[in-house]
Design a protein around this ligand. Structure first.
Ligand SMILES: CC(C)(COP(=O)(O)OP(=O)(O)OC[C@H]1O[C@@H](n2cnc3c(N)ncnc32)[C@H](O)[C@@H]1OP(=O)(O)O)[C@@H](O)C(=O)NCCC(=O)NCCS
Length: 198
């Protein structure tokens, strides 16, 4: 079984960071229903009501080495389906490349959840032989563009947005607050304190 971590987000919110399980299907549907139109648009590039059931099936399917999802849930809280989640999907053409995506609930954005999810996906990807993450980002998604630029990701312009590529090499990270935060979470995941295991 993959590790679960108990930690405080933003030094105050008690959460569990763990891999997504097939049993999380209802939780994920509820979480996407609560997402604002803007966040939904940034994540899916389309304005829709309700999530495609096929997408949920693919997301919650057991890891076949091709895709992995991690989620953050609030500890002992059944009211809020989740703080956020992130996934990577390995490229069919290049085995050391994976496309990554994130969704953090609107009320929890800007509190470090995205960075923590990236750290979990980074560690999982490196252990699976993945060396680069690519993210497809809408041109209007300033938070994501600024965040990944601060991590040193390379950018290629496309008609509606940008494809940003992040090399999963800590030594290549720039000296920015976003990269420093990511490095702190990577260090935490590699050597969690004893009380971080639920
Ligand atoms: C993009 C997203 C995943 C980031 O998650 P998050 O939990 O807000 O990210 P973090 O709190 O870890 O912050 C990451 C960086 O973005 C910055 N940031 C986050 N929200 C911000 C906001 N609303 N305004 C300005 N900066 C913001 C943080 O300051 C941080 O940079 P820093 O370390 O230099 O300070 C989240 O905003 C989201 O889910 N957006 C909607 C869906 C989406 O765009 N998905 C990505 C598609 S690939």
């Amino acid at each position: 079984m993959l590790p679960h971590y108990r930690l405080k987000l933003g030094d105050r919110l008690p959460v569990i960071l763990r891999p997504l399980l097939p049993d999380d299907r209802t939780r994920i549907i509820d979480a996407f229903k609560r997402l604002s139109p803007e966040s939904t648009y940034f994540r899916f590039w389309t304005r829709f009501h309700g999530v495609n059931p096929t997408f949920i099936d693919r997301l919650c399917a057991e890891d076949q080495g091709q895709h992995v999802s991690w989620i953050i849930v609030i500890e002992n809280n059944d009211e809020v389906p989740g703080v956020g989640g992130g996934s990577f999907w390995r490229s069919g053409e290049e085995a050391d490349l994976a496309e990554v995506s994130f969704t953090v609930a609107d009320e929890f954005q800007g509190q470090g959840a995205g960075t923590l999810l990236l750290a979990a996906l980074w560690e999982h990807a490196r252990a699976s032989g993945i060396l680069r993450f690519v993210a497809n980002i809408l041109e209007s998604n300033e938070v994501m563009l600024t965040w990944w630029t601060s991590l040193g990701a390379a950018s290629v312009q496309h008609p509606h947005g940008r494809e940003m590529t992040l090399v999963l090499d800590e030594a290549a990270l720039p000296d920015t607050s976003a990269a420093n935060r990511l490095q702190r979470w990577l260090a935490f995941l590699r050597s969690p304190p004893p009380d971080a295991q639920p």
